[in-house]
Design a protein around this ligand. Structure first.
Ligand SMILES: [Zn+2]
Length: 187
């Protein structure tokens, strides 16, 4: 039944995956006969059945799902119009689209796309907000450092003897360096 097919598996076309190395081509798929399509359509599975490589008898649900939405003749026609190298991807995407349409008869896979687009824009808004907060915090920290340095300069110079003033001066420099190091973590 189709109710078993409610898990969302995102279709990733294999042709888009990078293959920089010259790895040997995958072995041709073992074609079992009759294929799921011919078995379900109750027809003889010919030697060169166009559906057999993509609809093995071990996974009949794959064909029933695609057949329910696209229809066998449309699937066959679509595959005939494509080069063999793209047929597996075409079948995978048709099965994915069919599952989405069965799950959501109104929006189909457009519903999934809209949902993901909404998620992307929500996340982009969150990211922009977080970046604005970082900039504001960096400004606050820079202002604080400037204030601390000014206060330290003001408070120590008139009252302290020279030796003390030097000690405190170096401490102040250290503090400023420390704070400056700290702020650099944010950039
Ligand atoms: Zn067949």
């Amino acid at each position: 039944m189709d109710s078993n097919e409610t898990t969302t598996t995102f279709y990733t076309p294999s042709s888009s995956s990078p293959s920089p190395t010259t790895s040997p081509p995958p072995p041709p798929p073992i074609i079992l006969s009759p294929c799921a399509a011919c078995k379900i359509l109750r027809r003889r599975c010919a030697d060169k059945c166009i559906l057999a490589p993509y609809f093995p008898p071990t996974d009949p649900l794959k064909f029933t799902t695609a057949h329910r939405i696209f229809g066998a003749s449309n699937i066959i026609k679509l595959l005939q119009d494509l080069p063999e190298s793209q047929r597996a991807d075409a079948v995978a995407s048709m099965v994915y689209e069919s599952k989405a349409r069965i799950r959501d008869p109104v929006y189909g896979c457009a519903g999934v796309i809209c949902h993901l687009q909404r998620e992307v824009s929500d996340l982009q808004a969150q990211l922009a907000k977080a970046q604005a907060e970082i900039i504001s915090m960096q400004n606050q920290q820079a202002n604080l450092i400037a204030m601390v340095c000014m206060e330290m300069n003001k408070s120590q110079q008139p009252f302290l003897p020279n030796s003390m003033a030097t000690t405190h001066q170096s401490f102040e420099d250290d503090a400023c360096c420390f704070l400056a190091d700290d702020i650099s973590l944010w950039t």
